[in-house]
Design a protein around this ligand. Structure first.
Ligand SMILES: Cc1ncc(COP(=O)(O)O)c(C=O)c1O
Length: 366
């Protein structure tokens, strides 16, 4: 019998389920379920991490000074506006904790990243999903979902799992349509992969508006998901708030050192970007040639949908891929039961996933 009272909202949370890593009985698997970097971490980040083993007794720098300056130099941002976190997940929850509570609403896009409704509920706020158009965030719908109770609006740009994005003029229109007391959080976890001229990660909006925050992660292009590292770029007032609520040593020393090396390893970052620029369109084209629909993703993954293929649905495709040692992500939890999200992996992994889906569909690849 439990006597303790749990805070409102918490028991309504459907716990986040991460991408699977194992298949029973399979020794060799291809894991394309969590959008981890196709080429792993930068060798310089790995070496820096390994060199820290004699320092494990030391508390880290609570201010993440070296890391914030490296981020500032590489991304062209003011280090004073950067707050680091144990993954951008931590920053998303700290923002909810700081700006929303019971009775408040947190708006996000229909197929937006699941940590937004989870973090909103965790602080007793009500998540409100705005409908999308063609699996893409819709500015008018997002603005229409804002009420007097709205405190935060999350926009993943590009979005996970759809891979679609809003161009800069639409993001500006969204910000201009918001009251100044609503915080716009632009989650740019996949920004480094985007190759479109009309895209903005939101840096200039942060620099010109107190109520805009941009979040970034080291888990994707930098391939450092295992060490949990993310950062937020914020106005002075938001920086002051986040520094009050974060733990004093919220980013561990190994993450800070490896992250600093990774962000400075421009050659490796460029290699990962070029790999994605080749294999993302290749994979999408191959899937479309198989008669499937794939979104025009600009991230390091594709969303592929099986609508209208009577006996060949996403669930059966997922099972067939697993039987063949390939783990992707079935998107039922995102309200997309007919879709799978497939991370862009290595060349051989992409060949394997396309060939296996072709066999599932009884077709030949080109
Ligand atoms: C859109 C989006 N935001 C945030 C995150 C969380 O990243 P992190 O590993 O930095 O917590 C993810 C991870 O998949 C994501 O897809």
């Amino acid at each position: 019998m439990m006597d303790m009272k749990v805070q409102p909202g918490i028991m309504d949370i459907a716990p986040y389920v991460g991408g699977e890593s194992d298949i029973d009985g399979a020794e060799e698997i291809i894991k394309l379920s969590s959008n981890e970097g196709a080429l792993g971490p930068s060798p310089e980040a790995s070496e820096t991490y390994a060199a820290l083993q004699g320092e494990l007794h030391r508390y880290p720098d609570g201010e993440c000074t070296a890391l914030r300056h490296a981020i500032g130099e590489v991304h062209g941002v003011d280090p004073a506006g950067v707050v680091c976190g144990s993954g951008s997940d931590e920053l998303i929850s700290l923002l909810c904790q700081s700006y929303a509570g019971p009775g408040d609403e947190v708006v996000y896009s229909q197929h937006g990243f699941l940590m937004y409704p989870i973090s909103a509920k965790a602080v007793g706020a009500t998540p409100v999903a705005a409908p999308e158009t063609d699996l893409t965030a819709n500015v008018d719908a997002l603005l229409a979902a804002v009420t007097d109770k709205t405190r935060i609006l999350f926009l993943a740009n590009p979005n996970n799992p759809t891979g679609t994005y809003l161009p800069a003029d639409e993001v500006i229109r969204l910000r201009d349509g918001l009251r100044n007391d609503v915080l716009l959080v632009i989650d740019a976890a996949y920004a480094e992969y985007v190759e479109r001229a009309d895209y903005t990660s939101g840096i200039e909006l942060v620099e010109t508006h107190d109520n805009v925050v941009m979040t970034r992660t080291f888990s994707k292009i930098y391939g450092l998901g295992g060490i949990r590292l993310g950062w937020a770029y914020c106005s002075e007032s938001v920086v002051g708030v986040l520094h009050r609520v974060r733990g004093p040593f919220n980013v561990n020393g190994a993450a800070q050192a490896a992250g600093t090396a990774a962000v400075r390893d421009a050659a490796f970052t460029e290699k990962v970007r070029a790999h994605n620029a080749k294999w993302l369109p290749w994979t999408r084209d191959q899937l479309m040639n198989l008669g499937l629909f794939a979104t025009d993703s600009v991230g390091n993954f594709v969303l592929v949908c099986f609508n209208g293929l009577a006996d060949k649905n996403a669930e059966a495709a997922d099972a067939f891929l697993k039987q063949n040692g390939i783990i992707v992500r079935h998107m039922a939890g995102y309200g997309l039961p007919e879709c799978l999200r497939i991370t862009i992996g290595s060349e051989s992994e992409m060949m394997a996933v396309v060939n296996t889906l072709a066999r599932f569909l009884g077709r030949n690849t080109a």
